[in-house]
Ligand binder design. Sequence first.
Ligand code: UDP
Length: 147
Amino acid sequence: MPLKIKQKMSGKITLTMIKPDAVKNGHIGNILADITTAGFGIKALKLTQLSRRDAELFYSVHKERPFFGELVDFMISGPIVAAILEKNNAIEEFRNLIGATNPQEAAEGTIRQKYAESIAANAIHGSDSDENAIIEANFHFSGREVY
Ligand code: UDP
């Protein structure tokens, strides 16, 4: 099956998830405001919930890490918001906006510094490479959900 979100978007998109902690704590609106204020366009957006299989697949690169089980349990603990975001140099710009994985190390004003609870429940995901952004966008969205 051909990829729905094409390689030609590479370099211009990232995939984000507002994680269950931030959804539960009522931060969807503020986080989306931070994202659009920072100049990202929204190409796709939905409230959804991952199954255990989805979460294990999404984070399969981490399956040997000690925190894998806890990460999967956390990611399926409630709804998330998934979105495809568009901006030049999207990966780096978005990782700067969300801050370090551990919110205690995240720079002032970053999304994780403002909204995350812990290194596991860290409010938001951002793709770590152009290649993974395309894979993750196709994981969450069908072609007709992308604008
Ligand atoms: N994580 C965790 N414990 C750790 C490191 C990471 O629970 O010691 C979780 C955390 O939710 C993180 C995700 O695993 O966002 C993926 O880890 P990665 O190192 O890829 O960090 P990210 O790219 O999300 O900053």
